[in-house]
Design a protein around this ligand. Structure first.
Ligand code: CAO
Length: 441
């Protein structure tokens, strides 16, 4: 006879409120006792929470970003009656992340398998990360159980190095990817035509010899986004196409709609119109709404329109994603943008809310500047930079007319997008903003 049991976080030493960084199983999965279900990661350690029994997973009631302590229920599973006694005290795999890290007291973690430590100089990532590099976009639609099996340490190292674990053959127990497998894959990629880059190290400078200094740690968001930005910058051949849209009429309309927006409890800024114009342009140029496959031989064409909007927060840049923008009106998008950017600034976005984007908009229009070259948010193929609109004298064939001009900067992946298409895309985008009736079509 089968029965349903709760799955709890077992003893994890003196760790409390440890964030969930990965979900490793799905409802309906056949689970073996001790199989890892979720990964927790604190500043000092990563831990996999295993199944207490063999059986079928009914549900996991936690998501990435939730914070868990010993005894918290993370879900339910169905077990065969005779398996009652199996793995009563499941082993938590704790992997220490810092040599100097506070020792995990093995008395307090009776069943914990404390595995080899890996020297680490940086704090571990939290849930505020952009799409984790070890789960590229193409993989996000896969069930969590398809995620390559690897120890927390291997996954963390891969994430920091920007190496995807997909495609690496694990030689460990049950196909688990080991340290050696990861090293071999990195060596193969560096020698086998991957984007290996040999550059000189920056000069070591003794700044203190020039004047007083202090060392200030980068924010967590910057520690996570920095390597991803670096990877995207060096591994994608970027070109930036500049353009301008005459938004004089759009601005009149926007001002006229301010009260309507205010009544709906929101603010209609130019970004909302730009989201709609981007969707229309992605429909007109579908290969901008795609991602390259891992081997670079094909495109994954997306038939949905999820738009990321870069938000400047006190801790650094984050990119929440507005879903199905083709199916939403201006007011709904305005409300969603306001709500997401407020939560982003409060540091309350979940990792899920920053995944799955097709295209990113980075608007510095509320701040200033003329134009800039945004870095593509891989695995997307293009990103639109928007700068502050300015009134300019525009020649209409007879006279110079004062027109409100919006600067646009489209960075695109030149492996997929040709310059002519980029110019067509920007021109199309501008035409949508210049005549809003087109957006309603
Ligand atoms: N030209 C002129 N004015 C603009 C403008 C533009 N392109 N874009 C926005 N504005 C105005 C808005 O209309 C608003 O003025 P009003 O209140 O009078 O209408 C004001 O600037 C402030 O807008 P906002 O910044 O509050 O709102 P937004 O919708 O324009 O932008 C968001 C939202 C989340 C994109 C923005 O707040 C933000 O964080 N931007 C920074 C993104 C960033 O750092 N990107 C760099 C990444 S590097 O690639």
């Amino acid at each position: 006879m089968s029965k349903i049991v709760d799955i709890q976080v077992p003893a994890i030493g003196d760790f409390v409120k440890v964030p969930v960084i990965e979900i490793l199983a799905n409802p309906g999965d056949a689970i073996e006792a001790e199989q890892s279900l979720i990964t927790l990661e604190s500043d000092k350690a990563t831990m996999e929470v295993p199944a207490p029994h063999s059986g079928t997973l009914i549900e996991l009631t936690v998501k990435e970003g939730d914070e868990l302590s010993e005894g918290d229920v993370i879900g339910k599973m169905e077990i065969a009656g005779e398996d009652d006694q199996a793995a009563e005290t499941p082993a938590v795999e704790v992997e220490k992340e810092e040599v100097e890290a506070k020792e995990v007291d093995s008395e307090q973690v009776p069943a914990a398998a404390v595995s080899s430590s890996k020297p680490e100089s940086e704090s571990a990532p939290t849930t505020t990360e952009l799409a984790p590099p070890d789960r590229p976009f193409a993989e996000l639609s896969k069930p969590a159980s398809d995620v390559p099996h690897a120890s927390p340490g291997v996954r963390k190292l891969a994430r920091e190095l920007g190496i995807g674990l997909e495609g690496i053959t694990g030689t460990g127990r049950k196909g688990r990817i080991t340290d050696e497998d990861l090293s071999a894959a990195i060596k193969a990629r560096m020698s086998g035509g991957g984007p290996g880059l040999a550059v000189a190290a920056p000069p070591a400078v003794d700044f203190a010899s020039f004047g007083p200094i202090e060392t200030v740690a980068l924010s967590r968001i910057k520690k996570i986004s920095g390597p991803a930005l670096h990877r995207n910058w060096v591994s994608i051949p970027h070109v930036t196409q500049f353009g301008e849209a005459d938004i004089t009429e759009m601005e009149d309309f926007r001002q006229a709609q301010k009260d309507v927006a205010a009544k709906a409890g929101t603010k209609m800024t130019p970004v909302v119109f730009i989201i709609k114009a981007v969707v229309a342009s992605l429909k007109a140029f579908p290969h901008f709404n795609a991602s390259l496959t891992a081997d670079g031989s094909s495109l994954i064409q997306k038939h949905y329109f999820h738009i990321g909007v870069a938000v400047d927060t006190p801790g650094g840049l984050v990119v929440p994603v507005l879903r199905d923008c083709d199916q939403k009106g201006f007011l709904e998008l305005a409300q969603e943008l306001t709500e997401l950017s407020e939560r982003a600034r409060e540091g309350k976005l979940s990792a899920e809310e920053m995944k799955g984007g097709c295209f990113t908009i980075s608007s510095l229009g509320g701040i200033g500047g003329t134009e800039f070259t945004p870095i593509i948010n891989a695995p997307e193929l293009a990103i639109l930079g928007v700068s502050k609109a300015q009134v300019k004298p525009i020649w209409d064939g007879e006279d110079f007319e004062p027109r409100l001009m919006l600067p646009l900067s489209l960075s695109y992946d030149h492996r997929v997008i040709d310059g002519a298409d980029a110019a067509r895309f920007v021109t199309h985008l501008a035409s949508q903003l210049e005549d809003l009736r087109r957006l309603l079509m």
